[in-house]
Structure formats: C-alpha cells, structure tokens
Design a protein around this ligand. Sequence first.
Ligand code: C2E
Ligand code: CA
Ligand code: CA
Length: 516
Amino acid sequence: MGELRSTLGTWVDGHAVVLMGLLVLLAGLLSVTAVTAWRLWQGRRRLRKRLESAHSELSDLRGRDPLTGLVDRETFEKELVAAISAAEGRAGGLCVAYLGLDGFRAINDAYGLRIGDAVLREIGNRLSVWLDGRPQVTRLGGDEFALFCTADASALDALAEALQRLVAQPLKVEALSLQIGLSIGLAVYPDDGARPRLVAHAGLAMRTVKQTGGNGHARYDPAMAVNHREHSELVQELRHALARGQLQLVYQPKVDARSLQITAAEALLRWQHPKRGLVSPAVFIPLAERHGLIRAIGAWVIEEACRQASQWREVGLRMRIAVNISGHQLRAEDFVDQLLDSLRRHGIPPNRMTCEITENLAIEDTPATRLAFERMRRAGLHVSIDDFGAGFSSSLAQIRRLAPAELKIDGGLVADIDQQEAARAIVRAIVQLARSLQLQVVAEGVETEAQRDALVALGADQLQGYLFAKPMSATALALWASGDGPATASAFRPSLFDPTAPAMLDGPEPSITSRK
Ligand code: C2E
Ligand code: CA
Ligand code: CA
C-alpha cells in the first residue's frame, strides 16, 4: 500500500513538474505573442501616421508649385477672378504684375540647378511675404512670376519700385551672395484688358522691357502687340543684313588720359536698314543673340575690324583695335582659333587686339568662359572687362582669376562722377583694384570736361567719349589722322603714327609670320 502511495506520489510529482513546465511555456508563448502583437500594432500605427502626414502634405501641395510652394496658376487665376468681382464697383484698381528675372540663366549656368532653384525659392518666398502670404502670387514657369494687388494707374511706378527693391536685395545662397535684376510688365483692370487677357498683356509688357535691356518696368500698351510683329519682321530682315552688306563698323578712339594720344579704336556695329535708317546695336545685338545670328555677325565684325586695322597699319596708323564680344561667341569652342585665324590672315599681332567682354558675362564663370579667357590670355590677346561696375559686383578673386588687361568703367558711373560722391567712391575703388592687379582703367562715355577732370584726378588711365570723339567711319578716322579732321583732333595726330599703348601692357610687338 505504502509502495502504491509512493509510486502514485512520484507520478503526481513528475506530472506536476511537467505541468508546471507546460504552464511556464504557455506563459512565455503568451507574452511573446503579446509583445509581437504590441510591436505589430505600434508599427501599423506609425505607418498609418506616416501615411496620414504624407496625405496631408500631398493635399497641401495640391494646388501649389512644388519648388516654391506658391499657389499654382489655376488657383492664382481663381483668386484673380474672385478679386476682380470683389473690386467691381469699388474704388481703386487692380493690377497684375508679370515679373521676369534678369540674368537668371547666367546664374543657373554658372552655379548649377541647385543654386538656381534656391534663388527661385527665395524670390518666391520674398514675394509671398510681401503679400502677407495671400495666394496672390504664382510662378508661371522658369524664372517668371505673376502677382496681383490693388493699385491704380497712378501707383504703378511706386509698385514697380517696391518690387525692384524687394528682388534687388542680395540673395544669400549657401556661401554665395548673388544679385539679380527684374523686368516688370504691368496691366491694370479693366483699362488694360478683360480678365482673361490681363496676365498675357502684363507678360507682353514685361517682354518689351526685356527687349530694351531689362531691369525696369512698363505698363501694357496696345502698340506693344504691333511692336511684337515689327520685332519678328526685324529678325527676318536681320537674317539677310549680313549678306546684303547692310552691316558696317564705326570706330571710336580711346585716348591716354594725360597725353591724349590715341591708344585704341573700338569697333562699334551699325545696321544701315534700307527703310528704317540706322538701327542701334543696342536693339539688334540682343535680337541677334536671341535668334542665333550673333556668331555669324560676330565673326564678320572680327574679320572686318582686322581688315580695317591692317589697312590702317599700311598707312602708319598703329593703334590697337578693340572689338565687342558677345557671350554666345565666347562660348563657341572654336572662338579663339577663329579669332587668331583672322588676325593671322590680316597680319595683326594678337596683342594689338582688345576683346571687350561685359562684366556680367565675364563673371559667368562656367568652364566654357573660363577656358576662353585662358586661351585668349595664352594667345596674347588684350582682354578688357566692359561695363565694369554696372551690374554684378565681381570679386577681387574672380577678376584675378580671369586676369584681364584692362577694366572699362561703365558709362553710367562716369555720367554721375562730377555730381555724386557715391559714383566717385566706386570709381576710386575700381582704380585701386586695378592698380593692385596691374590693370589699365578705361573710362567710357566721357562727355564733359568736369567728368574728364574728375576721372584724371581719380587716376583713370584712358578715356573714351563724345568729349574726345564720337564713333566715326574708318575713312573719317584716317582723314582725321592725316590732318583733315576737326581742329581739336590735332592733339591726337602725333600718336597715330607711333606704336601706341603703354609698354607695360604691350611689350615688343611679336614678329608677324604671315602678312596678307
Ligand atoms: P559699349 O561696348 O559699352 O559701347 C559704348 C556705347 O556708348 C556705344 O554705343 C557708343 O557709341 C556710346 N558712347 C560712346 N561715347 C559716348 C558718350 O560720350 N556718351 C554717350 N551717351 N554714349 C557714348 P553703341 O555704338 O550704340 O553700342 C551700344 C552697345 O552695343 C555697345 O556698348 C556694345 O555692347 C554693343 N555693340 C556694339 N557693337 C557691337 C559688336 O560688334 N558686337 C557686340 N557683341 N556688341 C556690340
Ligand atoms: Ca565696348
Ligand atoms: Ca561699355
């Protein structure tokens, strides 16, 4: 009996242990399952939250420009319709402003899309803040924006100036400080068009501003549509101008600021149009650039200037010849080779040719422009930075890297020099910069003796402007040199028959291997 009890006891003990084990296992399993379930639930919750926030971001973005976060065109148009109906019968007009950034492409090309995008975001942000976040501004694509606000005809100038100031503030992007200009077209409701035409009309006005050099504003005028047609006609005619022999060069001397001897003659293009008369290069050069005609025209300018310089050299006139170079030419791979080829064929040493390149082009700083500068320098060409101090502010480092031979101070600064201390201060700084880099300083657009005296006092090396001579034909320049010119020309005469320009820049003339 006792044996049975003990056997039973052992059996019960054994099973109790197994049971306990099973219970522990079950509890373990249950807790693992609970933890897994908890984790799964948490994960799902997180996922759902993410999904919800993505949905809300998406619905935020719906109706918005993904780059700038401004309302899209459709929303903008709806807001404009609502604003127009609200304005109906109320005093105070409604104005649409169409904004085009000037020189944005150059920024994109020079610094890349990331910086370009950051510039657009910043401009969008400034405009949005300016409008207190109201959905009254949109990006129309690329570097163009449109906005509307209450303003009648008398307030348009003030409106445009406020926008100019807003955009002109330096843009701090990464380590860069950039500046950008603005072209503004304005259209007032209802005088300048019914609602569906307002934005287009403001756009046309903006394009007119761009055509005339940008960085300004214009109100829509029905004549602009006609001008647009005229403009297409002009492009057509420009295509044939070269072949029809309608292009010519005139020459304007640069003179030494102290001795008044001629140092160079700058070739300036003219278009003798059969019906319109003389068309200014300020009008047709931008057209030629926009319509792919500038390379052919530019090549002709170089060829013709070399031919003329060679003819002058034959009669003993040995000043340097200067040509203006467009960005489109500079970016062409074979530009320097073609230039050297023209020089060689006409027997002009490269250091007798000045290539005038505008400052805003020079600071583009793309591999193509950098290479062109390097090649020009290696070939011994004399490079001048034109319109210096007009727009973009080049850094000392940039100018040093480009290593030009001269800086040509913008005529706008020269115009103010005898009146404004600010203009004098800028010119003083430019002269100092040039001294430290051993560059020559040329001041252009000198019209008065007061300007001349101020420039001489500030240390400009060479002067150019109507005070000394207007651009003239090659024949007039040669006649002038031989004594048939106006009495004031006598001061220049002796220099024309000497090898001119300072020795520092020139050195000895290299021997010419192939004369024409
Ligand atoms: P730019 O190179 O800055 O040339 C100076 C402009 O100022 C010229 O106008 C010249 O005639 C004018 N000017 C000279 N002295 C005075 C002065 O004392 N007072 C005033 N108010 N103006 C003066 P232009 O000949 O009408 O040329 C305008 C622009 O067209 C030039 O500016 C240049 O950027 C461009 N251009 C002219 N010829 C060519 C060319 O062959 N190729 C290229 N790419 N551009 C050219
Ligand atoms: Ca020039
Ligand atoms: Ca200039």
